[in-house]
Design a protein around this ligand. Structure first.
Ligand code: CTP
Length: 418
């Protein structure tokens, strides 16, 4: 899978998602759902109901999806290109977001009087709905009975969330946030892709090293990059275990999270999950030092100076890569200067198969949603993934890892005769 320039050709397994948009005010958030699905590697075909067109212009969806929007069951020209039956067959998932109370009633009763509900009847793909409506419409027994019926039939229901509503009221009925809808949609899709059947173990976030019962030393890692990598690996079919330091993020759907605080706990968690791991990705900003003797009681300010004696923590990444049954091992390097030189030194020193390096300049990268990554691997390999959203970069990174891992797994093993 290498081209003449020695660069790996990345295999992307795109999922086909048909996004139905129905006529609720939350439709203004649906272009963002399209963007987030595409970021995660999906192809998206938008189908709008007449009501949805009252809220958002089809042109907006065409611009973000790169595909002509469909809305009419009786459009001969569009039907010639791809009929409603072909659309129903094309989809790996039909996702309706927002799904109004009226649409849910249509779906429950098997109506086929518009393009979207006809597709829902004609598809054998899984169907997911993200309801959005006024809290009283949501709690109405008719809507609740419809939802219960749909659930029994296997329709996935995402949300709704609680909070302030467009109508000025507060309660349950708000559409789930676009990023969460996109993540849930991928969790519904069958886990298949280049990492199917593979176990991927990922560390993420910061660690906290105790000074006394109320204080700790930590760093600015938000965990966003590691969580995005976990999601991307899950989307490519892997069984994913995410060993995470304290962060403010939800575990991605379909990913098993093991929560830890300190570097020592992270090491223990990794070691108890390492058996059978095919790929290990260390994205965590693990503390390199910890207070040697954390105090049992709160330290009081009795003097002008306080000296903290620190000791080295164990390098988790290097420990994993030294194992006889070492998985394909990937590290991260966050550098403020001489990025390439430091990344290459870590690649060799820690015996890695790949290292993803980024500049952390004034440490803005840690909390940001964007990043820029350059990959290095043994024997002079180098590839810039460019700058972009962490979610997008995570997909590119995981595709690259999958390609290299699968290429190595396919290589015939050479027996060494002594
Ligand atoms: N790492 C780890 N365990 C540690 C320290 C680091 O697993 N105790 C991993 C990180 O998850 C990352 C990689 O090692 O994948 C690089 O981490 P970094 O702290 O930047 O590298 P160091 O080798 O500690 O070098 P330095 O701090 O001097 O830059």
């Amino acid at each position: 899978m290498e081209n003449s320039a020695g660069a790996l050709i990345i295999d992307t397994m795109s999922k086909r998602i048909l996004l139905g948009v129905t006529g609720g005010i939350a439709a203004y958030k649906s272009p963002d759902i399209v963007r987030r699905l595409i970021e995660r590697g999906a192809e998206v075909q938008v189908v709008m109901t007449a009501g949805a067109r009252e809220f958002v212009q089809p042109l907006t969806f065409q611009a973000v999806s790169g595909r002509e929007v469909r809305s009419d069951l009786w459009d001969e020209t569009a039907e010639r290109a791809m009929s409603h039956i072909e659309l129903a067959r094309w989809a790996d998932l039909v996702l309706v977001a927002p799904a109004t109370a009226d649409f849910l009633a249509h779906l429950t009763h098997g109506m086929a009087d518009n393009l979207l509900s006809t597709i829902c009847l004609a598809t054998s793909a899984p169907i997911a709905v993200a309801p959005a409506m006024n809290r009283l419409m949501w709690s109405n027994p008719a809507t609740q009975a419809n939802i219960a019926t749909l659930r029994v039939r296997g329709v996935q229901v995402f949300g709704p969330d609680s909070g302030s509503q467009a109508c000025g009221e507060t309660g349950e009925g708000r559409m789930m946030e676009p990023a969460d809808i996109a993540a849930s949609a991928f969790a519904v899709l069958p886990a298949e892709g280049p990492l199917q059947g593979r176990k991927v173990l990922i560390t993420a976030g910061p660690t906290r090293e105790r000074i006394d019962p109320v204080r700790f030393i930590s760093n600015r890692s938000s965990g966003k990059m590691g969580y995005a990598v976990a999601q991307a690996a899950r989307d490519r079919g892997a069984e994913v275990i995410l060993v995470s330091g304290p962060v403010n993020l939800q575990a991605p759907p379909g990913v098993r999270r093991v929560s830890v605080e300190s570097a020592a706990q992270m090491l223990d968690a990794v070691m108890s999950e390492i058996a059978g791991t095919d790929i290990f990705i260390g994205t965590a900003a693990v503390a390199d030092y910890r207070p040697s003797s954390p105090a049992d009681c709160k330290i009081k300010k009795v003097s002008d100076k306080l000296d903290l004696c620190m000791e080295r923590t164990v390098d988790i990444l290097a420990t994993v890569s030294q194992r006889a049954d070492r998985p394909f091992t990937v590290g991260f390097a966050a550098e403020t200067n001489d990025m390439e030189q430091h990344a290459l030194s870590k690649l060799t020193r820690k015996n890695l198969d790949l290292i993803a390096a980024n500049e952390v300049g004034d440490a803005k990268v840690f909390e940001a949603d964007d990043n820029a990554l350059t990959l290095f691997w043994p024997n002079g390999g180098k590839l810039s993934l460019g700058a972009g959203a962490k979610t997008e970069l995570a997909v590119k990174l995981v595709d690259f890892i999958a390609a290299r891992f699968n290429e190595r797994a396919a290589r015939p093993k050479i027996a060494v005769v002594r």
